[in-house]
Design a binder for this molecule. Structure first.
Ligand code: SF4
Length: 212
């Protein structure tokens, strides 16, 4: 079986299992998704979703953030961890968005990654979920599960993204990654994956033998 064939089987199996998968971060507009994703680094989406309502009530738009201070942003995001760096990045990102991009969130990965604190994971999320473009979000679930299935090798997010872009149907890749998150939480967990219950056990290269 080729990698492309295996990828197609994985896309179909997860689509059936999780038909409505979407980003689990709660946001109202592109700026909020950018900020919520920055907050999600080394933090759970559930924690971010607890923090952002207060943050976005105080800072309701780009101008509010640009007029804010790092210290005040820190007070709202303290529980997300790395709060000083995240607050600094959020402020710098907002100011650059305003000064260089007229307040509009860019729609390409190349330009998005020029913003402070925005890496390829965030950029892929934005182009996929906001602009409907092919995207591959290589988070921890994606890297682990795709490695186990046999679609990718290694743990470097950039390299895994490249490998997956080569085998996934572009129009399916964004939602496929959202589905991997759900599958990674429920079935293909980091420790003791539940291969017996898995919808991909028929073609996964690690079925029954992933590390316990
Ligand atoms: S068969 Fe096992 S290792 Fe493979 S994707 Fe399913 S749970 Fe993960």
């Amino acid at each position: 079986m080729t990698k492309k064939q295996r990828a197609l089987l994985a896309v179909q199996a997860l689509k059936k299992e999780y038909p409505d998968a979407a980003c689990s971060l709660v946001y109202r507009d592109p700026l909020q998704l950018l900020i919520a994703t920055r907050l999600s680094a080394q933090c759970t989406d559930a924690r971010v979703n607890l923090v952002t309502p207060g943050l976005f009530a105080r800072f309701q738009n780009l101008d509010d953030f640009c007029a804010g201070t790092q210290e005040e942003i820190e007070t709202y995001i303290h529980s997300c961890g790395l709060y000083k760096t995240k607050a600094r990045d959020i402020l710098a990102m907002c100011r650059k968005l305003k000064s260089d991009f007229g307040g509009v969130v860019p729609d390409t990965i190349e330009v998005l990654t020029t913003l402070p604190g925005v890496g390829r994971k965030t950029a892929n999320l934005v182009v996929g979920d906001i602009y409907g473009k092919p995207a591959v979000v290589t988070d921890t679930h994606c890297i682990r599960i795709c490695g186990r299935i046999g679609l990718s090798e290694g743990k470097d997010p950039g390299k895994v993204e490249k490998q997956l872009r080569a085998v996934l149907p572009p129009q399916e890749s964004n939602r496929f990654c959202h589905r991997l998150v759900l599958h990674g939480r429920a079935v293909c967990t980091a420790r003791s994956p539940k291969c017996d219950e898995c919808c991909m056990k028929g073609f996964c290269k690690s079925a029954g033998k992933a590390e316990k």
